[in-house]
Design a protein around this ligand. Sequence first.
Ligand SMILES: Nc1ncnc2c1ncn2[C@@H]1O[C@H](COP(=O)(O)OP(=O)(O)OP(=O)(O)O)[C@@H](O)[C@H]1O
Ligand SMILES: [Mg+2]
Length: 259
Amino acid sequence: MKVFAFITAKGGCGKSSLTLEAATVFGNMYGKDKVLVIDLDQQLSISKNCGADTEAPNILDVLQGEVPIMDAVQHNDLFDIIIASPKLARADNIFDRAEEDEYLLADVLDFAKDTYDYVFIDPAPSRNILQEMLYIAADYIVIPTRVDESSLDAVVTTENELNRLTNGRNKKSHAKLIGYVLNEYNKQTALGQMALETLEQSSEEKDNNPFIATVSSAIRVSEAKTLHTAVCRTEKSSKTGREIYAIVEQMLEKIGEDA
Ligand SMILES: Nc1ncnc2c1ncn2[C@@H]1O[C@H](COP(=O)(O)OP(=O)(O)OP(=O)(O)O)[C@@H](O)[C@H]1O
Ligand SMILES: [Mg+2]
């Protein structure tokens, strides 16, 4: 089982959209019953966008030991999913045995490893214990960003956070950064070009040279969530569809290098 997360310190960079699209592609390629999405966002973005039942057992129930992980799984048209709970907003109060609780997500995922080959975790919006749980449970991280300066700053913040957790005395995570996705990229703009160069430089500085992929701005991406589907399901050969497939190919290449 491989656990992926699109994660960055800045909100609205496309984490949930990219998770939904990439997980759909993995489902298309390997069977949708082999792919599990876990929603950690108290706003239930990806849960709602894929049309899951938002009243069903959720990941908080699972983390609290009230529901076995496999009983919280919903079989969706795109992939299997465990929804989030609005109560996750209080995660830091609910999970207050910090050190021990940080391992809860990794621990419960262990019970799903015989069923799923690929797991995608959609992060919480804020910096709390759920984020720590995610970094500990994840094998591979992809950082999405937009072209503006504050989104690119957040890439560095995210890398520093990952370094803090994967190195030194506080080593808790084995997650590897495998790629960057520049979202709503337009090669005609100076800002787009500059952002691409910034990422190229960041990639060159790393031993494993994370991939750099781009996704253009597309109304289809925002439309798909209202329609409870994925562009990669309905319009696989559209420009966006091809861009997402290219991301997945590069993810697979990186985890192949790692094997
Ligand atoms: N390539 C794209 N083209 C057009 N719209 C996009 C694209 N990517 C994302 N969006 C839209 O931008 C908004 C933010 O995207 P998304 O919800 O995926 O980001 P996020 O990082 O998950 O946000 P949050 O931090 O709130 O979890 C959404 O309305 C989404 O539909
Ligand atoms: Mg989101």
